[in-house]
Design a protein around this ligand. Structure first.
Ligand SMILES: NC(=O)c1ccc[n+]([C@@H]2O[C@H](COP(=O)([O-])OP(=O)(O)OC[C@H]3O[C@@H](n4cnc5c(N)ncnc54)[C@H](OP(=O)(O)O)[C@@H]3O)[C@@H](O)[C@H]2O)c1
Length: 252
């Protein structure tokens, strides 16, 4: 089975790294010859297609990782065939704007943690053969509708905000006199620990958090300060704004 990639930029480089780490043979991947494709082909020995026509002719699954605005044009007039799957990573581009003839179309939203096989990746609709490829990059979460997928796409931005919170926590602790390397490691692994404890149990989140927030304790103290400074309204406003952008684009 050949996995082709149209749009070899930042996300595709992470995807490629993850696929290779998962043991996928370079010869079973095919790159559209633009962006970082020549450099990554030289580094990892991954074949280059002549053009997108050649790529779609030879690939069984095609991953689309161009900028959203470029998506419709990048896949237009290509030799799509039945039995083939197009997987679009393009944020806010609805299935109705992804014309791939008789090929099946699945949307998915991987994170750059795909490079270390740790991306939680949502998808819709579920196409098993394509999901098998995404599972090499981390856990896959199939969703029930395209509207739900759009809501979940906001999480791709939340991922960046979480990294920014980690950076802020580490920088603050370093400025107080902490060792920069130790503080970076501590902040990052604290977020990993917080997420894993919620992901690996089905106990209510309110219960888990309630166990942390002892009356008069430091967690409560900090939450009170965050509330007086506009949290959680600020976070929710950011989520609302991103969803509006995504939904606006999808109606375009
Ligand atoms: N970055 C992320 O973390 C992330 C996460 C989730 C989803 N996404 C989605 O992934 C997509 C790509 O994001 P990105 O950050 O990787 O963008 P990027 O770095 O700008 O990469 C896009 C690549 O697409 C290439 N391209 C454009 N039109 C093409 C065409 N017709 N045929 C072949 N290649 C073409 C560009 O090549 P040239 O340089 O030659 O123009 C460029 O290398 C976006 O739709 C985004 O919504 C990104």
């Amino acid at each position: 089975m050949i996995v082709g990639i149209i749009g070899v930029g930042h996300l595709a480089a992470s995807i490629l790294s993850g696929l290779l780490r998962a043991g996928v043979e370079p010869a079973s991947i095919l790159l559209s010859p633009r962006g970082q494709a020549h450099a990554l082909s030289a580094r990892w020995g991954i074949p280059l297609a002549v053009d997108n026509d050649d790529l779609v002719t030879r690939a069984d699954i095609v991953l689309l990782s161009v900028r959203p605005v470029d998506a419709p044009a990048a896949i237009a007039d290509l030799p799509w065939r039945a039995g083939q799957t197009l997987v679009s990573f393009c944020a806010g581009v609805t299935i109705s704007h992804l014309e791939a003839g008789p090929a099946r179309v699945m949307r998915a939203m991987p994170l750059t943690a795909a490079s270390i096989n740790a991306s939680p990746t949502v998808c819709f609709p579920a196409v098993e053969r394509a999901i098998a490829v995404l599972k090499k990059l981390g856990p896959v979460i199939p969703l029930g509708s395209e509207d739900e997928f759009e809501i979940a796409t906001v999480n791709a931005a939340v991922y960046g905000w979480a990294q920014d919170l980690i950076r802020q926590s580490a920088d603050w602790a370093t400025a107080q006199g902490g060792d920069a390397v130790a503080m970076r490691k501590l902040a990052a692994l604290t977020f990993v620990a917080a997420g894993r404890l919620i992901a690996e149990t089905d106990r209510p989140m309110e219960t888990l958090i309630g166990e942390l927030v002892t009356p008069g304790g430091i967690t409560e103290l900090g939450l009170d300060v965050l509330a007086s400074e506009g949290q959680p309204q600020a976070w929710q406003a950011a989520c609302d704004t991103v969803l509006l952008r995504l939904s606006g684009r999808s109606k375009a």
